[in-house]
Design a protein around this ligand. Structure first.
Ligand SMILES: *[C@@H]1O[C@H](CO)[C@@H](O)[C@H](O)[C@H]1NC(C)=O
Ligand SMILES: *[C@@H]1O[C@H](CO)[C@@H](O)[C@H](O)[C@H]1NC(C)=O
Length: 316
């Protein structure tokens, strides 16, 4: 009996121990699960952070920018994307020219007026011309009409200063393309704002620009200040920009920003993109500072006043 009991005790002892071991395992598993459960909120936080990071990657946080009107990667074709705004009273201080003076104001962007290839030819023209000299600061201009070219802290007249050397840099075809492109821009502005294109006149300044991140040396290099074209140049009625390089690829910063009361709206430059707008204070704007790379563009301006007309540039 005693032996039996002993065996029994032993047996029961053994099962007790097994039970304990099992319970121990269960407890350990339980606490391990509770440990993982403690991680769940952290996992969710991590997921959220990943989501926010992704969102920021897609929509960069830019407190100054309310809306991107057109991204670099978009193709606005075949029709311009038009944003109308109420005309300011600026035009009332000037003689009115029916068929041209802004009745309808706004801004528009199109990628179907100038091809990428044409823009690349014009960019090489800009590169060659600006390589002749250039500003000491980060912003240089070349005006084929007046011949003005940034040099150091001032300007020279390329036609006088470089003489026959000019013909090594520019060809008749370059100038021909420039005239054709100017005509197409004039036509799209007229169509968009309901104007008679023959009553719009090319005016000055109309110029190529090259901007990089080098610090400004003179006031001429400070392109980033907010301004109104009609205030700066009374003759302007319509301003257009033809971009010759790509935002995000050729340069960073350098976006064009319309500064409205209720927010800043930006246009991202794209090679061959034309953006145009009525020149009054309904279109207060600025260009962001270029932070990296080189930004090329052409500014083409139009006046309704024939007294301010300039003719297309020609090779001397
Ligand atoms: C900007 O362009 C000028 C003229 O080509 C050059 O000398 C300067 O090094 C450039 N700056 C930067 C930051 O690349
Ligand atoms: C527009 O941008 C300027 C700086 O570039 C900033 O001072 C201003 O607050 C912005 N406007 C709005 C409405 O966000």
């Amino acid at each position: 009996m005693a032996q039996m009991r002993m065996r029994n005790t032993k047996g029961s002892n053994a099962t007790e121990i097994e039970k304990k071991i099992k319970r121990g395992n269960a407890l350990r598993q339980g606490s391990a699960w509770r440990g993982y459960r403690g991680l769940v909120p952290w996992l969710l936080v991590a997921l959220c952070l990943c989501g926010v990071a992704m969102w920021l990657y897609i929509n960069p946080l830019d407190s100054d920018i309310t809306e991107t009107l057109v991204h670099q990667g978009e193709l606005v074709s075949p029709h311009p994307r038009v944003y109308t705004v109420r005309c300011s009273e600026d035009y009332e201080n000037y003689k009115r020219y029916p068929g041209c003076t802004p009745q309808k104001c706004g801004r528009a962007v199109t990628d179907s007026v100038v091809t990428r290839e044409e823009a690349q030819v014009l960019r090489r023209l800009a590169e060659k011309g600006l390589a002749l000299a250039g500003s000491e600061g980060g912003a240089s201009i070349l005006d084929l009409h007046s011949g003005a070219l940034s040099m150091g802290k001032q300007f020279v007249n390329i036609y006088r200063y470089f003489g026959d050397q000019i013909r090594d840099a520019f060809t008749q075809e370059d100038f021909q393309l420039y005239r054709v492109v100017r005509g197409r821009i004039q036509a799209v502005i007229a169509e968009t704002f309901g104007l008679n294109p023959t009553l719009m006149y090319l005016t000055k300044p109309t110029f190529f620009s090259r901007i990089n991140s080098t610090a400004a040396k003179t006031q001429h290099d400070e392109y980033w200040h907010p301004h109104i074209d009609k205030e700066t140049y009374g003759s302007f009625d319509y301003t257009s920009l033809l971009y010759l390089s790509d935002y995000g690829y050729d340069f960073t910063g350098g976006r064009f920003v319309f500064m409205d009361q209720n927010g800043n709206r930006t246009v991202e430059p794209r090679t061959g993109r034309v953006s145009f707008f009525s020149s009054g204070s309904e279109n207060l704007h600025r260009v962001e500072k270029v932070t990296w790379g080189t930004r090329y563009a052409i500014t083409v301006s139009f006046s309704c006043d024939p007294a301010h007309a300039i003719s297309d540039p020609t090779l001397p």
